[in-house]
Design a protein around this ligand. Structure first.
Ligand code: PXP
Length: 243
């Protein structure tokens, strides 16, 4: 692990809303989860407002926007409806993600090679509203070049292939992330990472150059069920070399 790494931790609390929606109940409350994660030291709260509203609801993002004291990162599809919500909500950051209704979670990065030029207008409009705009991409140099062309501020590298790789493939996947990170930085964008990151695979990821932010949901929420949010967030911060 490199000595001076400072990687921000964004905690994705979608699963808290998922648990509530399973019963169409009022608890657990994602707003309380956001506050607890922040009190444990999270640098950012991340939520994905999906078009089908399967977990996070409009009222959640409104209330979370009000209570969050660190930063709010809104993951969303590149649709007119979501742009309107983002402009009204004013999150600190927006991460544009692909969305398919039948997927269990976001399965791959955006395909910017075939994206419509209107995406560039959306990026510009969000940036004009002082929102930091990130593209969620596979560690693929063609996609990264397109992200620079669309003038994204940052690229969140999809770490699913790395996280799911069998032991023998993990180093090769890590190498791809390192090369992608170098290209992202070289093109003047910031380097973020997320998807499938957990307490076992996070340490090698810290060797990725210029990594500034990770967004982690499933593993932290899974641990929080067992040991509480405070401990789960602090354990991850510890592995990030932060506490
Ligand atoms: N980053 C992005 C863009 C995502 O779509 C997700 C999943 O919602 C995550 C990070 C968090 O992934 P995980 O829940 O596997 O930690």
């Amino acid at each position: 692990m490199m000595g001076k790494t400072f990687v921000r931790l964004g905690v994705n609390i979608d699963h808290v809303a998922t648990l509530r929606q399973v019963r169409k109940a009022v608890e657990p409350e994602p707003v309380a989860a956001a506050v607890a994660a922040e009190m444990a030291g999270a640098d950012q709260i991340t939520v994905h407002l999906r078009e089908d509203r399967r977990h996070i609801q409009n009222r959640d993002v409104r209330l979370i926007r009000e209570v969050v004291r660190t930063a709010l990162n809104l993951e969303m599809a590149a649709t007119a409806e979501m742009q309107e919500i983002a402009l009204a909500l004013r999150p600190d950051a927006v991460c544009i993600v692909p969305e398919r209704r039948e997927e269990i979670t976001t399965e791959g990065g955006l395909n910017l090679v075939d994206a419509s030029p209107s995406l560039g207008e959306m990026v510009a409009t969000l940036k004009d509203a002082d929102i930091h705009v990130t593209a969620f991409l596979d560690p693929d140099l063609r996609q990264i070049n397109e992200a620079a062309r669309f003038r994204f501020d940052a690229v969140e590298m999809h770490t699913g292939a790395y996280a799911n790789a069998p032991r023998g493939r993990r180093d090769a996947e890590l190498k791809k992330l390192k090369e992608a990170a170098e290209a992202i930085r070289h093109l003047g964008m910031r380097v973020h990472a997320g998807h499938g990151l957990d307490y076992h695979n996070i340490s090698p990821l810290l060797t990725v150059p210029d990594l500034e932010e990770v967004n982690i949901g499933h593993s932290i929420m899974a641990r929080a069920i067992m040991v509480g949010m405070d401990r789960a967030v602090r354990d991850m911060l510890h592995l990030l070399g932060r506490v």
